[in-house]
Ligand binder design. Structure first.
Ligand code: BGP
Length: 474
C-alpha cells in the first residue's frame, strides 16, 4: 500500500506573497501591504509597532511580490507541467472588497480569480482556496479595530457568501483561515491585531481568536448549505513539541506548548473549547466574551478535514534545563542537538512529520491535508538562470518519505500534499526575496527589481517525476 490513487499532489502560495499588483483594478490596502521588509518587520507583524499605512521610509514587499497578477496563466501552465492535481492559493480579500464593508464586490477582483480557477481546470488542476491567508482590509482595522471587534464576523461571512456563490462548481475545497494559531505569534500579520501600551495582549488575542472561530464555524455551515460538494478544512501551523529531556518538567512544558497549538483545531474539529483551555483562560482572566448561541455555532460548524503546515518540530525546555535557542517558523524553541538546521536556523526533522501526522490523526480521526512544507534557502543560479537545488530535493524527498510511511505503515488518512512553494515568493516572516522556496526560480532581487522571468529549477523536474509516479519515484 502506497499513496491512494486520488492523492492530491500540488503546491501552495498566498496572494500577498506572490501576486503583487497591490493597487491595481480596484484592490484596496490590506494589513499585509503595510508590513515592511527590513528590521521593523518583526515589530510590525507582532503588533508592537503600529503601522497603519505605508510611509516613504520603508519598502513593502507585497506591493510587487513576484507579479503573479500578470503571470498567472504562465505560472499555472508551469504547475500543470509539473503534473499538479491541486493548487492551493489564497484570495486577496481587498481584491473582492477593497474596504471590506461594501455591499457589492469589486467585479474586477471576482473576474481575476474566476479566470485563475478556469485556468486551473483547463489542466485538470483542482483549486484549493484559503479564504484568508494573513489578509485583512486596512479599512476594517482602522474603522472597526479588526478581529477584536465581533462585527468582523459579518464582514468575513459576506466575503464567504460571495466566494461560495460566485465560484460554485469551480472550487470545492476551502480553508477558512491560514495558520489560525499565528494570532499568538504574529498577531498583526495573522489577525490584524496591534497593541497599545498597557493592554492585556493575551485577552485581546483570545477574543479575536473566538471571533475567528465563530466566523469559521459559520463559514463551514454556509459552504455546506451553498453546495453539498464543498469540503472545508481548518489550518494551523503544526510541528510536535518534544521535551528537551525526560525530566518530567520538560515533558510538562512540552505538553503545554502542544495544547496551546492544538487549541484552535480542537475547537474547529470537535466543536467546543477543550477543558484545558477553558480552565487556563478563566484562571488568567482571558477567557473570551461569548454570546448565547456561540456554543451551538461551534458545535454545528465543525470542519471536514484537518490541514496544517509542517516545517519543523520544536523542542521545549523547562527553566531547569539550560539549552540553546533555535529558530523556527515564528516559534522559538530550544535547539534540538539531534537535528540539522536550514540557513535560517529552522530545524530539519522529516521523522517529526510522521510523528505529527500520527498525533493529529489520533487526536481528530478526520482526513488530513499537509498544506505547507518546504525549505527556504539561498539559491545560486548559473549564467542561464538554472538552479541546481539538490538540497531542496533532499529536504522534500525525506519529508515525502516520512509522509509515505505515515500513510502506508501507520494508516493515517491523508488527502494530499501541497508543498511551499511551487515558485519563489516573498517570505512571510522576514519579507525577504532571497529566502527562496520554489521549484521555479523567479528572476527578482531583494528590492523587487528584475525581469520576473520564471525558470524551472532541478527540483521542478524531480517533483514532476514524484507526481507522475504517485510518490513511488523519490
Ligand atoms: C507559513 C506561512 C506561509 C509561508 C511559510 C514559510 O507560516 O503560512 O505564508 O510564508 O510559513 O515561512 P517564511 O515565508 O516566513 O519563511
Amino acid at each position: 500500500m502506497r499513496f491512494p490513487k486520488n492523492f492530491l499532489w500540488g503546491g501552495a502560495t498566498a496572494a500577498n506573497q506572490c501576486e503583487g499588483g497591490h493597487n491595481l483594478d480596484g484592490r484596496g490596502l490590506a494589513n499585509v501591504d503595510v508590513c515592511p521588509a527590513g528590521e521593523d518587520r518583526s515589530a510590525v507583524i507582532t503588533g508592537h509597532l503600529k503601522m497603519l499605512d505605508c510611509d516613504g521610509n520603508h519598502r513593502y514587499p507585497s506591493h510587487k511580490a513576484v507579479d503573479m497578477y500578470h503571470h498567472m496563466k504562465e505560472d499555472i501552465r508551469l504547475f500543470a507541467q509539473m503534473g499538479f492535481k491541486v493548487y492551493r492559493l489564497s484570495i486577496g480579500w481587498t481584491r473582492i472588497f477593497p474596504n471590506g464593508d461594501e455591499q457589492e464586490p469589486n467585479q474586477k477582483g471576482i473576474a481575476f480569480y474566476r479566470s485563475l480557477f478556469e485556468e486551473c481546470h483547463k489542466y485538470g488542476i483542482e483549486p484549493l482556496v484559503t479564504i484568508s491567508h494573513f489578509d485583512c482590509p486596512m479599512h476594517l482595522i482602522r474603522q472597526y479595530g479588526g478581529w477584536r471587534n465581533r462585527g468582523m464576523i459579518d464582514f468575513y461571512l459576506h466575503l464567504c457568501e460571495v466566494l461560495f456563490t460566485e465560484y460554485k462548481g469551480l472550487v470545492k475545497y476551502w480553508i477558512t483561515f491560514n495558520e489560525i494559531n499565528m494570532i499568538l505569534h504574529a498577531p498583526f500579520m495573522g489577525a490584524d491585531l496591534y497593541f497599545e501600551p498597557g493592554e492585556n495582549q493575551e485577552k485581546i488575542e483570545y477574543q479575536a481568536a473566538h471571533h475567528e472561530l465563530i466566523a469559521g464555524a459559520l463559514a463551514v455551515r454556509m459552504a455546506h448549505e451553498t453546495d453539498p460538494e464543498n469540503q472545508v478544512g481548518c489550518m494551523f501551523a503544526a510541528g510536535s513539541a518534544y521535551p528537551y529531556t525526560c525530566n518530567p518538567k520538560d515533558v510538562w512544558e512540552a505538553l503545554l506548548v502542544d495544547q496551546e497549538n492544538y487549541f484552535f483545531a480542537d475547537v474547529q474539529s470537535r466543536g467546543y473549547y477543550p477543558s484545558y483551555a477553558a480552565c487556563r483562560l478563566k484562571k488568567n482572566g482571558t477567557f473570551p466574551e461569548m454570546l448565547p448561541g456561540d456554543e451551538e455555532i461551534l458545535k454545528s460548524g465543525t470542519v471536514d478535514f484537518i490541514s496544517f503546515s509542517y516545517y519543523n518540530s520544536r523542542c521545549i525546555a523547562s527553566p531547569e534545563s539550560s539549552s540553546e535557542e533555535a529558530e523556527g517558523n515564528l516559534f522559538r524553541s530550544a535547539r534540538n542537538p539531534y537535528l540539522s538546521f536550514s540557513q535560517w536556523g529552522w530545524p530539519i526533522d522529516p521523522l517529526g512529520l510522521r510523528i505529527t501526522l500520527n498525533e493529529i490523526y489520533d487526536r481528530y480521526q478526520k482526513p488530513m491535508f499537509i498544506m505547507e512544507n518546504g525549505l527556504g534557502a539561498m539559491d545560486t543560479p548559473d549564467e542561464k538562470g538554472y538552479v541546481d537545488d539538490s538540497y531542496r530535493i533532499d529536504y522534500l524527498r525525506e519529508h515525502i518519505r516520512a509522509m509515505r510511511d505515515a500513510v502506508a505503515e501507520d494508516g493515517v488518512d491523508l488527502m494530499g500534499y501541497t508543498f511551499w512553494s511551487p515558485l519563489d515568493l516573498i517570505s512571510a516572516s522576514t519579507g525577504e526575496m532571497r529566502k527562496r522556496y520554489g521549484c521555479i526560480y523567479v528572476e527578482c532581487d531583494e528590492e523587487g527589481n528584475g525581469t520576473m522571468k520564471r525558470i524551472p529549477k532541478k527540483s521542478f523536474y524531480w517533483y514532476k517525476d514524484v507526481i507522475a509516479s504517485n510518490g513511488e519515484k523519490l
